[in-house]
Design a protein around this ligand. Structure first.
Ligand SMILES: [Zn+2]
Length: 176
């Protein structure tokens, strides 16, 4: 039986774990399922629509996503996700990240992706994602490869965002 989900501290830039490639989960255990539950609770509490394990200081290929509407949650837990196919059509959506507090930018990505992953019981699943979900899946899988959304924008914009975040974090009175 799993324990009650607990909130995990969210790692922020420039922590080096956010730049490491995470390791595939070799065996899905109660520990993995507990991690998924804790990550989901942490994501909802933030609040956010996606969270990758490196963002809670665990370098494993595990993500949680919920792009559902407020009254219709659609929690997806993915272990070892792989993108099988991307569309030629691209889309631009505004992205933010719990590890880069209070900053957003328009990011261009493939509009549709097909993803294969293991669910919490170890069964292979696949998902064709479009719209916000497609962007969210790519953003979270990026985290497993040490990539952040700011890597997809111009250097000028990226430097500006990083300067703002670092300045904010240096202020003792700043919000979390
Ligand atoms: Zn993120």
């Amino acid at each position: 039986m799993l324990a009650t989900a607990k909130l995990m501290p969210i790692i922020k830039v420039p922590d080096p774990i956010l730049r490491q490639a995470a390791i595939p989960v070799a065996e899905i255990t109660d520990g993995t399922r507990q991690l998924l539950d804790d990550m989901a609770a942490t994501m909802y509490d933030a609040p956010g629509i996606g969270l990758a394990a490196p963002q809670v200081n665990i370098s494993q290929r595990v993500i949680v996503i919920d792009c559902g509407k407020d009254d219709e949650p659609e929690l997806i837990k993915m272990i070892n996700p792989e993108i099988l196919r991307i569309s030629d059509t691209r889309t631009i959506l505004e992205e933010g990240c719990l590890s880069i507090p209070d900053q957003t930018a328009d990011v261009e990505r493939p509009a549709e992706v097909e993803v294969q992953y293991l669910d919490e019981n170890g069964a292979s699943q696949s998902l064709v994602a479009t719209g916000l979900l497609a962007t969210c899946v790519q953003h979270e899988i990026d985290h497993l490869n040490g990539v952040l959304f700011i890597d997809h924008i111009s250097r000028l914009k990226r430097d500006m965002i990083m300067r703002k975040v670092m300045k904010e974090m240096r202020q003792p009175t700043s919000r979390k």
